[in-house]
Design a protein around this ligand. Sequence first.
Ligand code: COA
Length: 436
Amino acid sequence: MAELKQIVVPDLGGQGEIPVVELLVAVGDAIQADQAVATLESDKATLEVPAPFAGIVRQVKVAPGERVSAGSLVALIEVAADAEMAAPTAMSAATPEPQAKSHGTKSAALTDAAIAAREATPIAHLDGSDAPAHASPAVRKLARELGVDLGQVVGTHRAGRISTEDVQRHIKSILSRFTGAETEGAPDHPASAPPPGRTIDFTRFGEVEIKPLSRIRRLSGAHLTHSWSSIPHVTQHESADITELEKLRVMLNGEQKSSGIKVTMLAFLLKASAAALKAFPQFNASLAGAGGDLVLKKYFHIGFATDTDEGLLVPVIRDVERKGVLDLAREIADLAAKARSGKLSLAQMSGASFSISSLGGIGGTGFTPLVNPPEVAILGVSKARLSPVWCGNKFEPRLMLPLSLSYDHRVIDGALAARFATFLADVLADLRRLLL
Ligand code: COA
């Protein structure tokens, strides 16, 4: 004969009352032994309450939001006759092992490889629906504070639910793209430290001061080392005649005085780069599949290196090809200010398919910027100078802008880079080419 048995909250490892965040079964459901029936979530962990027996759910005794503690009754299940043989005590309180002591769950656990595969493809939701990401208020608050878009996070819990640990894993995964470090257990500054055994006591030579590198500098140091040591770099140099463009820029700034928008060369460089990326898709790409595939991106998000007191940051402007120069100028100013005041979110630093590093406001005649992986090219810009240019029958003073295009030679050949740089210079010399 069938009997009703209790499912109760298991030992919570010393935690007091915690809320039920989700019911995973309803009255009438047939459930398997070990199947989770409810999810509880404290600030520290998410736990699933498993059913110790197979059977039919006859009553559910808790509701989402209700606080429970170890031993609280969650549901009554009608146990099948054969299960009774194994567990003959009617109405016995089942106290199973909790399914997860922290945020990982047995039943819904994904392998690291599966998570990596899902994270590699930016999907909004696991089930491909437009449903909002599934997460508790505490996780949503954390995501908001860290600037994480929950739609981009892979939830490893039942029904794709996102836990604190999933958010942390997502951030690590983004940071690892900056640092080139592994996501789990990566040292804080893996690549920027001197080689072992090479510590030098500089005090032997004179007075010194030891100053710890900022976290940003350590992260970018590791990332730059990764870029430098893993990408076969070549830099193509070009110079663009921006005499006419500079006249336009000065005119626009005159017109925009009251709006407070300041148009710098960078806004035009972004616009011209988006056109060049469209014309040469190999530059708007990333290597994938252990270097065997090329991912060609259909979007044009461009990062720009920003010098801050704490080190280099690269905010990203999205969909550059759809924006006008004035909007780009406004966005550059806004993101650069955020970078300098430490207010950039991770989302605002992610997703670029190309970068620009402009040192033109400072000086220089050329440099070799390092590609920002997983991108395959970066444009370095130096200071524009009036130079004598031979115009067929005489020298004319023209404002020449030095461009230095570094690229990943595994993906891009020298001839293609020369064509890209020439295209860019032609567009900057005559913006009407953007209409072509
Ligand atoms: N040639 C000549 N002058 C230039 C120029 C160029 N290529 N680019 C900018 N300028 C001028 C600007 O017109 C402006 O002049 P003004 O004040 O007389 O009008 C001045 O230099 C300052 O411009 P800046 O504030 O640098 O604006 P920007 O839009 O060009 O650049 C940032 C914005 C955020 C990119 C810039 O401030 C920055 O941080 N650059 C450093 C990037 C870096 O560190 N890269 C190295 C990576 S290895």
